[in-house]
Design a protein around this ligand. Structure first.
Ligand code: AMP
Length: 221
């Protein structure tokens, strides 16, 4: 089974992807993480991606995205399904994505779109932190009470906010999501494989809805 997972920043996509990967034995291919790791490289390409993600807060050019994505796709064993997280992210990526997945024998069974109102996304993201050492995802006011404290998971003093999670960064990325990515969801709705999931509610409540959709997809196969 292969699925596409889309949702605005803060929709809990990353957390849900981890649950799906664990319970359905799938691989989580996180496009944003692939590109953010490329942006750390001390090379011309690394610096260009860093500028696009962290300064311009725009989408990365399609050629760069697909080169990285194809490399990651071929690294997944054929008998394991893939959760494609954060791609296709604009209309121009749909055809590239379909060609790339077909070339590697991957057929998309479902698109899951976790929907969340703009204000809720904004509120959640500006409270989102993570630990540089153990990568734990931490919510200010829930998992940590202030940003200077040690990580509650590994105990290191390594809590950071993503550079693009500032209020203006979040606003711009959410605007891009509604303008560029929602039309992709509409395309997959037209071909009948998109499922819209309400992202309000607890992690468990959202996951229960996803699990039901995926179990039905597996049964239909
Ligand atoms: P994310 O972690 O999903 O918020 O992604 C971080 C950044 O990576 C985004 O703000 C974009 O600049 C870039 N990015 C992620 N996925 C894509 C994609 N499919 N196409 C273009 N750029 C992307």
């Amino acid at each position: 089974m292969e699925i596409i997972l889309l949702g605005p920043q803060g929709s809990g996509k990353g957390t849900q992807a981890q649950l799906i990967a664990k319970n359905f034995g799938m691989d989580h291919v996180e496009t944003g993480l692939l590109l953010r790791n490329m942006a750390l490289k001390d090379s011309e390409l690394g610096r260009e991606i860093d500028r696009i993600i962290h300064v311009e807060k725009e989408l990365v050019p399609d050629e760069i995205v697909f080169e990285a994505l194809e490399e990651e796709t071929v690294s997944v064993p054929k008998n394991k399904g893939i959760i494609f997280d954060g791609v296709p992210r604009r209309n121009s990526q749909i055809e590239l994505f379909e060609k790339m997945t077909a070339k590697h024998g991957r057929k998309i069974d479902a698109l899951l779109y976790i929907h969340l109102p703009f204000d809720e996304s904004f509120a959640r993201i500006t409270r989102r932190y993570s630990c540089d050492k153990c990568q734990a995802r931490l919510i200010l006011g829930k998992d940590i009470q202030n940003v200077g404290e040690n990580c509650p998971v590994c105990g290191e003093n390594s809590i950071r906010q993503r550079e693009d999670d500032t209020p203006d960064g979040v606003t711009k990325r959410l605007e891009i999501f509604y303008k560029e990515t929602v039309p992709v969801v509409d395309y997959y709705k037209k071909i009948g494989i998109a499922h819209e999931i309400d992202g309000m509610g607890t992690v468990e409540e959202v996951y229960a809805k996803i699990e039901e959709i995926l179990k039905n997809s597996v049964e239909r196969k």
